[in-house]
Structures are given as C-alpha cells and as structure tokens.
Design a protein around this ligand. Structure first.
Ligand code: ADP
Length: 218
C-alpha cells in the first residue's frame, strides 16, 4: 500500500531515508532549508521544497498535519530538531521519527513525544559488530536492551529436520518468525515445516538465548 511520508533535513541520513522510500513507491515530501539539497531531490521525491521546518506556519501550509509519518533528520542543529518535533506533535502527526545526536537530545525528544528516536551510528555500530563476530548472523535488529531479532543461516546440523523436532523454543527460548529460502519467504512457519541447509531463519528472542542457539543449536 502506498503511504505518505515527509522527510525533513536532507543530510546523509535524511537523504537515504527519502530515496529509499521513494524507490519503494511511496509518496515522499522532501524538505530542507538548503536550496542545493532540495534541487538534488527533485527526481528522488514526490515534492521537494525549500522550507524552514521550525516555522509553524510553514508546516501548516505544507499540510504536514495530514501526513501519517514524518522523519526529522535535522542533524547538528539540536534546537531546530527539538522545535520541529514539538510542532509536529502539536499538529498531531501520528508518527514522528527523529534522528538524535546524543543522549541529552534523546531525553528531550522522548519527553516531547517523539514516537521513535534513532541513533544511526550507534545502531549501525552494533549491527556491524554482530556481523563481524559471527559467520552465522546475516542481520540483526535490536528491539530493546534485552531482545533482538536475528537472521541466521541454517547449518547442516539442523538441516532436514522439522521445527517441532528441533524443539528450538523449549531448548533455547527462541521463536522462528519466518524462513527465507531463495526468493521465497515462509512467514509464521508451521511446526512440521522442514528446515533445509542454507535457509535463512528469522528468529526472535532474548539476546542470551539467541546467542546460545547460535553457538550450540546451529
Ligand atoms: P547528517 O548527519 O544526516 O548528514 P546534516 O546535519 O548534514 O545531517 O544535515 C541536516 C540537514 O537538515 C541539512 O541539509 C540542513 O540544511 C537541514 N536543516 C537544518 N535545519 C533545518 C530546518 N530548520 N528546516 C529544514 N531543514 C533543515
């Protein structure tokens, strides 16, 4: 389904969010105060406008209150990022996702109602560390300080066995959410679905349990 997004701030982070959303076929309004940046986005967004997103009138005129999702990717200017987020929440935008610069910025964003606070460098650092230290982990999403979702490669050790026979939930406390086989994606697999070598398992669980499964189960 096509969704409407606005991306405010077209630095490195905002520009990759904007381009990817547009590439996926969504409607994207790209906003920046910098004319050159905006011109760059004429062909990678639905509309690209030069505007100051800390001005309430500007946000109203651009119709931002009708957007379901707005990404605030104003980088170094923490004051502008906070003011813009506050205005968007006052306009009752349901989902305001904001890039944070540091923990103080994060705290304020949290208080004023940002729906998701993103630390791209921190998050990417964790993912890269996970990739670096494990041959079996393909991707890693941190859900909280305790829980994660990982993509793991099914080894020969568990190949040709059903999920029920492997008893992963009882033995390791982890749940297989999906199995990817080539281009095919088996969402919510059945207990008697059989795993093949090199399948990609998407598994949710406590970090310690996932580590145990990765080390001992695979
Ligand atoms: P990154 O670290 O993701 O590269 P930057 O700090 O380089 O982030 O980029 C932030 C972008 O936000 C810049 O292009 C800047 O022009 C834009 N920006 C800053 N303040 C505002 C504002 N008030 N309204 C709209 N865009 C803004």
């Amino acid at each position: 389904m096509k969704k409407q997004f606005a991306v405010i701030g077209l630095g490195r982070f905002g520009s990759s969010v904007c381009k990817e959303l547009y590439r996926m076929g969504h409607e994207v309004l790209a906003i920046d105060t910098n004319e050159d940046k905006v011109n760059e986005f004429v062909s990678s967004s639905t509309h690209a406008v030069i505007a100051d997103a800390t001005d309430e009138k500007v946000l109203k005129n651009l119709g931002l209150r009708n957007f379901e999702h707005v990404v605030v990717a104003i980088g170094d200017n923490i004051q502008s990022s906070i003011l813009c987020t506050l205005l968007l929440k006052e306009l009752e935008v349901p989902q305001v996702w904001v890039k944070a610069q540091n923990t103080y910025h994060h705290k304020v964003l949290d208080k004023i109602g940002a729906d998701r606070i993103i630390h791209p460098e921190y998050d990417m650092g964790i993912r890269i560390a996970q990739h670096l230290t494990s041959e079996k982990i393909i991707d890693y999403i941190e859900l909280s300080s305790e829980y994660s979702i990982v993509e793991l490669i099914a080894t020969n050790k568990i190949a040709n066995q059903s999920i029920i026979a492997l008893d992963i939930r009882a033995k390791y406390g982890c749940t297989i959410l999906a199995i990817k086989r080539g281009e095919e994606m088996n969402i919510s697999p059945y207990p008697d679905d059989v795993i093949e070598q090199n399948d990609i398992l998407i598994v949710i669980g406590h970090k310690n349990d996932l580590k145990r499964f990765e080390d001992d189960g695979l």
